[in-house]
Design a protein around this ligand. Structure first.
Ligand code: NI
Length: 192
């Protein structure tokens, strides 16, 4: 096991489409997954794509927090190694939410993603993965799999005023709270 160096925005490995994994059960692929897991936990992050550790292969790992796992049918484990994935958005509905990326340290962006997603691929044993998920889970998979196409989240943003430093998120949170309080106050007036 080893903690790997993470490529940052601007490195060519993040801009090119990744190659299929010829043999998902190969020992070197298992070793790479193991190093990616250690790297992701150390960072810390919720997901990591192989190109981010300078391996241009179609492989991602992610860990959906337990609070978000209800979107997973059948109670699969929260850590997934997904190899040679294909994504199929379910419907046109999209939602915006904040994302970060280990290849863009210190930044956050408001990114639209499909709300409902079916994804397929294989795991390290060559077993088929086929899940239909939504919300946070769907977002993480779309973000990680974009890395396999050479796409970083700012390229998905509709409005770059939503690209900010993580250290300024407190202003965003304050604005959201103020808006919620204004809405609550308006709601109370109606009730009275
Ligand atoms: Ni990322």
């Amino acid at each position: 096991m080893a903690i790997l160096k993470i490529a940052r925005m601007g490195h060519p490995v993040l801009r090119r489409p990744a190659d299929d994994v010829a043999d998902p059960t190969a020992p070197e692929i298992r070793a790479l997954a193991s190093d990616m897991l250690e790297t992701m936990i150390d960072a810390p992050g919720v997901g990591l794509a192989a190109p981010q550790v300078h391996e241009p292969l179609r492989m991602v790992i992610f860990r959906v927090p337990l609070t978000e796992v209800e979107s997973m049918a059948g109670g699969e484990p929260p850590l997934t190694v997904l190899i040679n994935p294909t994504l199929e958005p379910q419907g046109e509905e999209m939602e915006e939410n904040w994302e970060g990326c280990l290849s863009l340290p210190g930044l956050r962006g408001l990114v639209p993603r499909y709300t409902h997603l079916r994804y397929r691929g294989v795991d390290l044993d060559g077993q088929e993965i086929d899940r239909t998920v939504d919300g946070f889970h769907a977002r993480v998979v779309q973000h990680e799999c974009d890395h396999l196409e050479g796409i970083l989240y700012p390229q998905r943003m509709r409005d770059l005023t939503g690209l900010i430093f993580e250290s300024e998120m407190r202003h965003v949170i304050a604005e959201i709270r103020a808006q919620e309080q204004a809405e609550d106050a308006a709601g109370q007036e109606v009730e009275e």
